[in-house]
Design a protein around this ligand. Structure first.
Ligand SMILES: [Zn+2]
Length: 202
């Protein structure tokens, strides 16, 4: 009897892992078209000054996109705000390209280990008001200074409040923050999603 119970537990663990490594990536706009996107890596307006993505569309794992839509709904209903996404899934080949341009692990994740974005479970974003204006977070996206750290003391009360508002809303729906980048969040269990290299061209 005990043997069967152990087997049962084993299959539970295995099936959970399978669910998490599902390679299904979805276009965020299909899940929630009211989330604004501004994909800097599809333009030269990023820290590498090169176009790295062939498309400005944001892709994420299905479960991650669905939870992001819940966050968007929540901030819309409660604060009349919306989400603006800068980055989501990033193919491993793009990570390698970034590393070639900036081989410094303070700014770019080493492709040897993969970036959390390569798993399709990470998202970079901010909040915008009803006019489309970004809330003041103290720094912009991809600002690699200490001021971008969530707990930086070099911030006004309003900037601290804005960061907390974003963080609280994201955590409410299963996202984990990163202490060094106020804009970066990982969907919980991100380690279980495998690294992918599927390139979307449109
Ligand atoms: Zn990020």
């Amino acid at each position: 009897m005990r043997k069967y119970f152990v087997l049962f537990l084993f299959f539970c663990v295995v099936s959970f892992d399978f669910a998490q490594t599902d390679t299904n990536l979805v276009f965020l706009g299909d899940v929630d078209s009211t989330i604004v996107t501004d994909v800097r890596y599809a333009t030269v307006n990023n820290f590498t000054h090169q176009v790295l993505y062939p498309t400005a569309k944001v892709y994420l794992r299905k479960i991650v996109a669905e939870h992001l839509a819940l966050v968007n709904n929540y901030v819309k209903e409660k604060y009349s705000l919306r989400l603006k996404v800068f980055d989501g899934y990033r193919p491993l080949s793009v990570q390698k390209k970034m590393w070639k341009i900036v081989p410094d692990s303070r700014y770019v994740a080493n492709p040897k280990n993969g970036s959390r974005h390569n798993r399709g479970a990470a998202v970079d974003l901010t909040l915008i008001d009803s006019t489309g204006k970004e809330l003041d977070m103290g720094t912009g996206f991809d600002n690699f200074t200490e001021k971008a750290h969530y707990n930086s003391q070099d911030l006004t009360e309003r900037q601290k409040e804005n960061r907390k508002l974003l963080r609280d809303a994201m955590m409410k729906f299963g996202f984990e923050p990163l202490s060094t980048e106020w804009w970066h969040f990982d969907y919980h269990g991100w380690r279980k999603f495998n690294i992918l290299d599927k390139v979307f061209t449109k």
